[in-house]
Design a protein around this ligand. Sequence first.
Ligand code: KG4
Ligand code: ZN
Length: 338
Amino acid sequence: MKKNGTSPCILGIESSCDETSAAILQGFDVKSHIVYSQMVHKKYGGVVPELASRAHEHAISQVVHSAFETCKFIPRDIDAIAVTYGPGLMGALLVGLNYAKGFALARNIPFIAVNHIEAHLYAPMLEFPDLKPPFLCLLVSGGHTMLVDVKGIKDFVILGTTRDDAAGESFDKTARLLKIGYPGGPVIDTLSDSGDPKAVRFPRALLEPDSLDFSFSGMKTAVLNYVKKHDALSNKEKADIAASFQEAVVDVLKEKVRRAIVATGHTQVVIAGGVAANRRLRTVLKNMEDTLNIELFYPPLEYCTDNAAMIAATGVMYYRQGWISNLDIGAIPNLKLV
Ligand code: KG4
Ligand code: ZN
């Protein structure tokens, strides 16, 4: 395959939680992208760390082979390998990290360790390669909820973060309370179509008037109390609770994004992370574009949730800067953005 200096060919690997994923990018052009979502956790209603590590170990070689099979590249074409080294589950991270180290050593190519949270921030660039910092990012995933002022590559200021649960976590916990399936976000998103968002008024924790922090635990407790009071919920009642809960989360996210835009003056706003796949959130934020005079960017659904394309995209940026990692870097389960 012909190479081009500004468009390095990067193999990305992601294994921080319950998705085993590999992607091959040339520049920001996604040549192949494979995601294996572990279904073993479904019956537990949440990710079981030991089962996640085992499932990654079982899948990783096949996932990487499939990534090569679905494009014209061969291992010799890869200029560098990028892999998540945190945050995430220790055992799960180690599977991807060690696979990537082995690949880098065997092929004698640069190895780039990527912060998973940072990669979520850049995921929209896969769809909009001309998007450049500075921009405001609302990162809403299963593990994180934060507003980030992205001033440049690796140059961030966290404007606000959750004081308790992450937004995705609150979707997952609510779905578990309603016994409607896992992962909770997509299930609630779909079920809400047949529910009334005004059926139950769940609390919206907006905190202090100028606060850009979040709090979702009160909302979760309110759902718990409601479910306790009304046992044997019908399907229609469950749909109403799902839609009302989703509306409350979206209202909070919308108000925090509005405050952050006013506070920073940013005109480019990026929504990233698994919860960015939520259709109601997308619609509501899109409707703010004209009133607030902003341009909204969100990644295609497949790049919102955990994926290796965003890891490889971060690898492309690092490679262009000459930022290469040492092979002795270890997995860091509680790695922070800054
Ligand atoms: O970014 P992600 O794949 O993993 C983390 O880094 O955490 O996010 C997963 C989270 C889960 O909590 C899942 O329920 C939520 O994203 N999610 C959604 C939707 N799709 C995934 N939440 C709301 N609506 C969705 N459509
Ligand atoms: Zn993630």
